[in-house]
Ligand binder design. Sequence first.
Ligand code: NAX
Ligand code: ADP
Length: 273
Amino acid sequence: MPSPSERVITPKVLREWPLPDPSGGKESRGTVLVVGGSKFTPGAVLLAGEAALRAGAGRLQLAVAEETTIALSIAVPEAKVVGLPGTELAEGADVIALGPGLDDIGRTTELMRDVLGAAGPDTAVVLDAYALGALSKDASLLPRPGRAVLTPNLVEAEHLLGRAPGDDPGPAAAELAERYGAVVSLYGHIASPDGRRWVEESGDVGLGTSGSGDARAGIVAGLLARGAAPAQAACWGAYVHAVSGQRLALRHGRTGFLARELVEEVAHTIATV
Ligand SMILES: NC(=O)C1=CN([C@@H]2O[C@H](COP(=O)(O)OP(=O)(O)OC[C@H]3O[C@@H](n4cnc5c(N)ncnc54)[C@H](O)[C@@H]3O)[C@@H](O)[C@H]2O)[C@@H](O)CC1
Ligand SMILES: Nc1ncnc2c1ncn2[C@@H]1O[C@H](COP(=O)(O)OP(=O)(O)O)[C@@H](O)[C@H]1O
């Protein structure tokens, strides 16, 4: 049941809150820079990056572990791929998605200082995975929270809150949004620092698949790149992620579909809202 303070995200609500017209060239749909990956988890960046393109981003850049640059440039031929930290690309990026696939809090902290410090004043930021662990230790790592979306899973929310989110993630999302001054998307519950709240109710068990959160962070980044506001990108992102899962569940069953298949559904789901 949604709380009375949460608006349920339905196709009608989204159609009243349309995404910016995507009819311009790729320059007008923005550049996403995904910063993340490690020697042993390079695929998270691939999932997030491809999800950003499927959500409509114009250009994709990946800053990844040095030893994975060649493999990822072959796996994602649409992207420019450089070694971490990727600071040289940060100033020109419209959106920076930081965290997927990182595996060390100290290294992530350094990356956040370097990359977000080099970002332009209007750059939007999506923080996921290890970036949220680092943020839980040092809130100053998010220099301009106003254009940020945080996409924690329940473990990351616990690190950020300092306690378990409890049975209803809605109040936890609202508390985090207020604390960090950023939009928070937590398990289908979206909260904005101005107090607005939404809930997406179509999600199902199959969405709990490896890489699902990486895909969702990438969708949000792509929507921001094409010009959506942070709360709009988070609401559309949660809906598109959940409905893409529903469509896969109809074809394959409630569980067993893959995050990469979720990513492939994204463009069609957006087009049919
Ligand atoms: N194909 C791939 O490459 C995949 C990579 N993935 C990546 O794998 C990484 C690890 O994911 P797991 O869920 O196993 O993560 P862990 O179980 O290692 O940690 C869960 C979360 O706790 C936080 N954390 C860890 N150490 C902390 C500390 N010392 N202090 C505060 N917070 C801390 C981090 O924010 C982390 O995201 C993530 O970066 C994720 O993006 C997964 O999403 C699955 C797919
Ligand atoms: N059992 C479930 N029911 C509904 N939605 C789910 C379920 N499992 C996952 N999800 C959705 O998928 C998102 C990503 O899943 P999660 O396991 O938290 O990803 P990750 O650990 O990769 O970040 C969640 O935030 C939630 O919105």
